[in-house]
Design a protein around this ligand. Structure first.
Ligand code: NAD
Length: 433
């Protein structure tokens, strides 16, 4: 599937689940169209004095529940369609966990690994200059996503404040702590995914110590979920990044591999005792092979559209936790569901990130910083409650977890749409006159 089609695939899912869940057509219609989309050319002075032109996008998808919220991605495959699909999923995600936000997403079509740190800073500032009137603490609040991080968020906030001549830490989340970021934001997506995985395990009566896990994409989200699951006694038997992966049945020490990745930029099978790292026995595998491993839990934590009708027959894991956004295409999902695979959908599994982003925004607006324990406690409360609600809808209405999560979100959005008055309400009013 091309990146163009990913948005159509996302819309199709909304239509199908909406119809099946008996959601009012007005609510589905509301979700069929992004509210606003900005595409801009970003001229950036390179270190050699030349100027390169990049394309940047920002989509504010829906504002029914509040200002829009969503990450900014730097990746060579970013397209308008991808940004719109991600913004739609953000809209659903915020409603699933009950945040007062609509969804948004942004991106720049760029290979960030080819830029120097100074070029990356100029690009990030150029992005905010182009978007300065499109974002804002009460309008649209960006955050990190693939290949963007806290430092980039700091540059972006700084540029926004310089343009508007105000202090506005609430314009962006995922900032460095020193610039108003929240404790616990960096680990939040992985921790949220860990919390829902533990809920799933508990409800399925599984023993964590017997479970083998494969994680595709050892980035911010993938690292933290793998680390926390290892602490529960699970064996992390495979890990990968964009260049490929490693596999060992005895399991890896996630922290050692992460440490090595920070210094060498590669996923290498090492075990580190203090500062000494040694290679451990393993096989090199491709990202395709990782998806087909015989494991209990598969965690795609890189990019969307990795499990497709072409490779779905190779997937063997009975449980999939979608830490990446949109890793399973809808045609592939129906095959998995028929087979009895339990999928914890992205809109629930990776919602920990936006939840702590919301906490950061609340802290910025009140000028009062929370402790790490407070952040973790409140995150656990939100994720556990959301998982419980989705699980209940799935059980009561015999739905998959994704269908239940979407139905829950559509009903929340529907309540807000209905509060303004629906067609039914206005027609009744006319009859009474
Ligand atoms: P990141 O940039 O920190 O890490 C991405 C990782 O994926 C890197 O290790 C990269 O090498 C790897 N990767 C890239 N292309 C790959 C490929 N083709 N095959 C295998 N690995 C590949 O990004 P992140 O923030 O961890 O985001 C990962 C996923 O989680 C994305 O889908 C993102 O939208 C989603 N997500 C992130 C957050 C967040 O707060 N960071 C929140 C919600 C969802």
């Amino acid at each position: 599937m091309s990146r163009q089609d990913i948005f159509q695939d996302a819309l199709q899912r909304v239509r199908e689940i909406g119809a099946d869940a008996g959601v009012a057509p007005e609510v589905i219609a509301e979700l069929m169209h992004p509210k606003a989309m900005l595409t801009a050319t970003l001229p950036v002075r390179m270190d050699d004095g030349s100027t390169r032109y990049f394309v940047g996008y920002r989509c504010r998808y829906n504002t029914v529940l509040g200002p829009t919220k969503g990450g900014v991605r730097y990746h060579p495959q970013v397209t308008q369609a991808e940004v719109q699909a991600l913004a739609l999923w953000m809209t659903i995600k915020c409603a699933v966990v009950g945040l007062p936000y609509g969804g948004a997403k942004g991106g720049v079509n760029v290979q960030p690994k080819e830029l120097s740190p100074l070029e990356l800073e100029r690009l990030s500032r150029a992005y905010v200059r182009a978007m300065a009137d499109f974002i804002g603490p009460n309008i649209d609040i960006p955050a990190p996503d693939v290949y963007t991080n806290a430092r980039i968020m700091g540059w972006m906030m700084d540029e926004y404040e310089a343009i508007h001549r105000v202090r506005a830490p609430g314009v962006i989340t995922g900032k460095p702590i020193a610039l108003g970021g929240s404790l616990g934001r960096e680990e939040a997506t992985g921790r949220g995914a860990y919390l829902v995985t533990m809920e799933l395990i508990r409800r399925q009566g599984l023993d964590p110590k017997q479970l083998r896990v494969a994680v595709q994409g050892l980035g911010n989200a993938g690292y933290h979920v793998a680390r926390l699951l290892q602490l529960e006694g699970m064996r992390i038997v495979a890990l990968s990044d964009s260049r490929g992966g490693i596999h060992a049945e005895q399991g890896f020490d996630v922290d050692s591999i992460w440490k090595e990745k920070q210094s060498s930029r590669r996923v290498r099978a090492v075990y580190c005792a203090q500062s000494v790292c040694e290679l451990v026995e393993h096989q090199q595998i491709s990202n395709q092979e990782l998806l087909g491993l015989d494991v209990d839990i598969l965690i795609p934590a890189a990019l969307e559209g990795v499990i497709t009708p072409d490779n779905v027959d190779q997937v063997r894991a009975p449980y999939i936790i979608e830490v990446a956004n949109g890793p399973i295409l809808s045609d592939a999902e129906s095959v998995l569901l028929e087979r009895g695979t339990v999928i914890v959908p992205d809109v629930l599994a990776n919602a920990g990130g936006v939840t702590v982003s919301y906490f950061e925004w609340v802290q910025n607006r009140s000028g009062y910083a929370w402790t790490l324990d407070e952040v973790r406690e409140r995150l656990a409360e939100v994720m556990t409650r959301a998982f419980g609600e989705v699980w209940q809808v799935a059980a009561d209405e015999e739905r998959s977890l994704r269908s239940a999560a979407y139905a829950r979100a559509f009903r929340r959005i529907g309540d807000a749409v209905g509060a303004h008055g629906t067609r039914e309400y206005f027609q009744e009013g006319r009859q009474q006159d």
